[in-house]
Design a protein around this ligand. Sequence first.
Ligand code: SF4
Length: 317
Amino acid sequence: MFKNASDQDGNHHSAGYLREVPWVAIPPVVTAIRVLEKIVPDGGLLFDTAVHAFKNTPAEPAASIRPNSLRGRIEDFATWASNLARCLGRDHESVPADPHGAIGLARFRRTLAWHIACRPGGLVALAIQYGHMRTAMSAGYAARGRDGIHELLDIETARATADTLTTLHDDLTHGVGISGPAARRAIHAAAQAPTFAGSIRTHRQARDILGNPALTVYDNPRSLLMCVYNRDRALCHRLAATDAPRLDRCQPSCANIARTDHHAAGLLAHAEALEKQSVSEVLPGPLTDRLARRAGQLRELADRHEHDRIHHQEPNA
Ligand code: SF4
């Protein structure tokens, strides 16, 4: 279902419509939805007032709990998470008191969008969750405007892209080398970073950046590379051309790959860790062989980087 659905005359349809394109979700989201499905009665909404409303609040038929109640739940969740962190001796993971008051629904959504776009591995979630949404939107969730979490995701994604380009620009300026088939495109994109660094405040600004194919650079720390996205060359989705990469399906032979010295250092560190595990006497032989083989592949990639690396001052860069 999606909310804010309206009929062809523009009238709001309060019960929503079933999505034509199923919503692809990452495993934790699927688990959370499965739990909610078990809590609510058959045919009920996931946050149905019938079971989620407080006892002294009259339940409305076929309605979900209101923003005010959700605000309270978010505060309760923050308190619960902080208490748990303290019980486990992990005080640094408790939610700090907020000088701006209660977190509220709008700020919570903003925080979610930031985590999806900016945290390590978040881009993978982004590629699955949001990449799908972007495809679905362009493929015909009809011509509905992007709003709410979609706009926030655009803004946070554009900021993450700008941060990646700014970091790359600083690195290249300080002599960090770069290699890979997309190295020169990455250098070109990084050169434009100073023009928009710190300037993304509105959805329009975000869309200008996300819509500029020369700027679509995504760091992919899990694969120890940078994706300088060009959808015609992407190997992660050969059948469906989309405007976002599938970082979780990154292919090592893709022409969109670039690596900096930092990625190469990460490759070597990872190889070293695998080599240590591969001499373990408690692991079975086939597993230690596989670890050693993988370590060798990572070292090969790092060697290739060392051999091919260029600097942005070089001619033709
Ligand atoms: S396969 Fe290519 S386009 Fe896809 S994530 Fe990897 S580098 Fe980017």
